[in-house]
Design a protein around this ligand. Structure first.
Ligand SMILES: *Cc1c(COP(=O)(O)O)cnc(C)c1O
Length: 356
């Protein structure tokens, strides 16, 4: 039976798996390299406060995208330094000193905008082409930092666009820009750049701190993934109904699937309203009682159907919808041409998270 008998499904997060992923990611760091855990988007759908509590001992710092996420961490009792990747705006600048949050300065205006006493990191756009100040500006920025006595610079950061790719040409280009940045700032401020992929595959980018996101949750983004990282997330549901079907009869919208023989199928109460993507229709198996069964027919808003052949299961039998060896978020992502990041944070927050 499910832990939450009143819910149609729940996400189970394994704390031990998170901790062992974190330990694995720390094994190739120097003793002087600090580490930051990226827990934006509710820790990629895993629950930011709980993830922070679970891996807090191993990380020096956390990062989120926005002030709302950061304040939720403070209210959840998290006392680590918190970096807010997103840009400061007039409506949020008071929150940085109030909640002891570190800002990212991504344009000249941000120097003036931040409130007295705020700590900040300067982001340089070394080729990601998203936030950050262009590298041609670094000389001038160095002088601005020195002149901005009201606020405190705690670091210089940049972000890689393709640390996870086999073809490292663009990565090499960004590494060269990173070296220029290093020359300009000459060790005056801690420098950080590496995401999960760079932390795993490009130790020369570790510098003063690494930033771990996806790998912490168990998905190795590098071209040659390690099987020592394990997905921490499982999606459990249960059989709502088990029904008989005759050979040739069809299931679900569009009647796209017909039973190959007389048999049984299960109706499982998860659907695209929960984040079970409709374009996964017919692609992912589920596990019931240690056996794998194919999901068949179209995914509907609140249900999927699973072909059982001759097997039958009572209502309430537990079903592993996602998170096993053959159906974890990485397998889902590959099946529909996306990345586990999108799968994990696409499971709606209305699906309860349970920590084991
Ligand atoms: C999301 C993010 C990361 C983490 O990236 P992963 O690939 O998940 O490790 C690091 N740095 C910045 C600036 C980010 O936005």
């Amino acid at each position: 039976m499910s832990i939450y008998p009143y819910h149609l499904s729940h996400i189970e997060i394994d704390r031990q798996v998170l901790s062992s992923n974190a330990r694995y990611l720390h094994r190739n760091l120097n003793s002087t390299t600090r580490s930051l855990a990226v827990i934006k988007a509710d820790a990629y759908g895993h629950g930011a406060v709980e993830v922070a509590r679970t891996v807090g001992d191993l990380y020096d710092m956390f990062a989120v995208d926005n002030i709302t996420e950061a304040v939720a961490l403070r209210k959840g009792g998290i006392t680590h330094p918190i970096l807010v990747f997103g840009v400061p705006v007039p409506q949020t600048v008071k929150a940085y000193p109030e909640y002891d949050l570190e800002a990212v300065v991504s344009s000249d205006d941000h120097f003036d905008l931040l409130e007295q006493g705020t700590s900040y990191h300067v982001e340089i756009d070394s080729g990601m082409g998203r936030l950050g100040i262009r590298p041609e500006e670094t000389d001038r920025i160095r002088r601005r930092i020195a002149a901005a006595g009201r606020i405190t610079c705690k670091g210089i950061m940049t972000h890689f666009a393709s640390a996870d790719e086999v073809d490292s040409a663009y990565m090499q280009l960004q590494k060269r820009v990173l070296e220029q940045i290093r020359d300009v700032f000459g060790g005056a401020y801690p420098l950080h750049a590496a995401n999960s992929a760079a932390s795993l595959d490009h130790p020369d980018t570790h510098l003063d701190m690494v930033r771990h996101g996806i790998a912490l949750y168990g998905y190795d983004p590098t071209p040659d993934p390690s099987d020592l990282l394990k997905p921490a997330m499982k999606w459990h549901s249960w059989v709502a109904q088990c029904k008989r079907i005759r050979k040739g009869d069809s299931l679900s919208y569009g009647a796209t699937w017909q039973a190959p023989e007389d048999g049984y199928y299960a109706v499982i109460p998860v659907g695209y309203a929960d984040g079970y993507r409709r374009n996964l229709s017919g692609l992912m198996p589920v596990r019931i009682d240690d056996a794998w069964y194919p999901q068949v027919g179209r995914v509907t808003m609140d249900y999927i159907m699973v072909w059982l052949g001759d097997d039958r299961f009572g209502a309430g039998t537990e079903v592993l919808v996602m998170g096993g060896s053959r159906n974890h978020a990485g397998v889902w992502a590959d099946a529909i041409g996306t990345i586990p990041y999108e799968i994990c944070c696409g499971i709606h927050t209305s699906v309860p998270r349970v920590y084991v």
